[in-house]
Design a protein around this ligand. Structure first.
Ligand code: SF4
Length: 467
């Protein structure tokens, strides 16, 4: 049997795309293997959001050129560089952009038949296609990604995504709801809705009311339909929302829908109005804080995490202090922090990258120190409480057997109990708080374990959550 290896860089969107490519290759007779050595086809699904992710791609491709395999580069770097990638790295056999991933099996067959190296990187703006989970009964993970839209219309000044993923295009709510229902019927317990600015979602089949505000969306209606129609769905998450589209209707959905998780990842990027303006984020610090407060008032116990960029061009020590004070004020319990790096095509290239590297590093360390302290303090408050946990897989901590996530996305480790395994939904009493996770004791199991296949996807980078 022919073998293929998929290596995934970057965000949840790329993980989702890799899972769908894995299904396409399986349907075409490939066995998926976890390591590139010995594989007939190697697919590198790339990310260009940070310079570091691109460097990782270059070193990975350099390492692979000695292997006797077809090397195919997909994803954001493929879209960004196209033909230039083949010029720079002639041992790459094909370059496929995010909107052309469905062509992967055909491209492999052409290459196997002796075709020269090729580029497929055209946006499908006229007739958008979305890769859909196969949802084979018993063959889905307990937590599944479902895409709602692709592309982004925001144009934040530091971000390359609008150039690599194109303008916003949406799936119909009918298609999304039916995919979620099929996944649940096939064994998924939790669904994570994906979109670059997921809460700007608009159903292409249902016009927005006349005179709607540009920030309005139909995302809350989509959430209500999913919860109403996908019977058996135990938990619903979404990532990543843009603060601009945190509408009153979405707040009401959080108040009404028990199935919605008690955690929202709400990227803020900076706590300084001056920097937010230069980033073209289209909200002020005060607007962000008010929306975050409204979200927490809508759902008791809800926690927030965020993304922050340090060392953006022109960021002064005072601007950075404003970011630290925002992190304290909002009380984030999780945070992805990044040092600014200039990206091709982005408006921020016109600004001078004037914060010295050492200063960026110090700011990043200060940010992490604060966020770790807040996470520790938050976890300590949970000892003695009970949480509903979706079991994800084996634990790597101490004597614990299993690990899972609470409604608020905290990781909990616990010992084996009858009915507990991947996919089980259990009530756990929290007995101890560690630095980044909790430990607990299973009290009861509401839904027993499901069969979960092993994925052959190899992940290279940590999640980079945009919006
Ligand atoms: S940071 Fe998010 S919202 Fe802004 S342009 Fe990039 S993907 Fe769009």
């Amino acid at each position: 049997m022919k073998t293929a290896c998929l290596v995934t860089f970057g965000c949840q969107m790329n993980v989702h795309d890799s899972q769908r490519m894995e299904e396409l290759l399986r349907a075409d007779g490939f066995e998926l293997v976890p390591e590139p050595e010995g594989a007939d086809v190697i697919v590198l699904n790339t990310c260009s959001v940070r310079e570091k992710a691109e460097q990782k791609l270059r070193s990975e491709v350099g390492r692979l050129k000695r292997l006797d395999a077809l090397v195919i580069v997909t994803g954001c770097v493929a879209q960004q560089e196209g033909e230039r990638l083949l010029d720079r790295m002639p041992y790459i056999d094909a370059v496929i952009g995010p909107d052309n991933l469905h062509e992967l099996p055909g491209v492999v067959r052409e290459l196997e038949g002796g075709a020269p190296s090729m580029v497929r990187a055209t946006f499908d703006t006229e007739a958008p296609r979305f890769l859909v989970n196969e949802a084979t009964p018993g063959g889905v993970a307990s937590s599944a990604y479902v895409t709602t839209m692709k592309g982004c219309d925001e144009r934040c000044s530091f971000c390359i995504v609008p150039y690599t993923r194109g303008p916003e295009r949406y799936r119909s709510a009918d298609d999304i709801v039916s995919e979620v229902a099929r996944l649940v019927a096939a064994g998924a317990r939790e669904v994570v809705l994906l979109g670059q600015t997921v809460n700007s979602y608009r159903d292409p089949a249902v016009p927005m009311p006349e005179g709607s505000d540009p920030d309005d969306s139909q995302f809350a209606s989509l959430l209500r339909r999913i919860v109403g129609e996908a019977k058996g769905l135990l938990r619903l998450r979404y990532t990543s929302p843009h603060p601009r589209h945190l509408t009153p209707d979405l707040l009401r959905a959080h108040a009404e829908l028990e199935t919605l998780a008690e955690h929202v990842h709400l990227p803020v990027q900076s706590g300084s109005d001056r920097v937010l303006k230069r980033m073209i984020r289209r909200y002020t610090r005060d607007e962000y804080v008010r929306r975050a407060d409204a979200l927490r008032s809508a759902r008791k116990g809800l926690v927030l995490s965020t993304d922050i960029i340090v060392g953006f061009p022109g960021e002064t020590a005072e601007d950075f202090d404003a970011t630290l004070s925002l992190v304290r004020e909002v009380g984030f319990v999780g945070l992805f922090g990044f040092k600014y790096s200039p990206r091709p095509y982005t408006p921020a290239l016109k600004l001078r990258d004037d914060v010295p590297e050492q200063e960026k590093q110090q700011r990043l360390e200060a940010l992490f120190e604060l966020s770790e302290a807040q996470l520790r303090a938050h976890l300590a408050t949970l000892v003695g409480t009970r949480a509903r946990v979706l079991v994800e897989g084996p634990s790597k901590v101490g004597a614990a057997t299993w690990a899972g996530r609470t409604e608020r996305n905290e990781i909990v480790h616990f010992e084996a109990a009858p009915g507990v395994g991947p996919g089980a939904f259990a009530t756990v009493e929290v007995t101890r708080a560690n630095k980044h996770s909790l430990e607990g004791r299973v009290e009861s199991v509401a839904v027993p374990a499901a069969e979960k296949p092993r994925s052959a996807i190899r992940r290279v980078a940590l999640p980079l959550v945009e919006a």
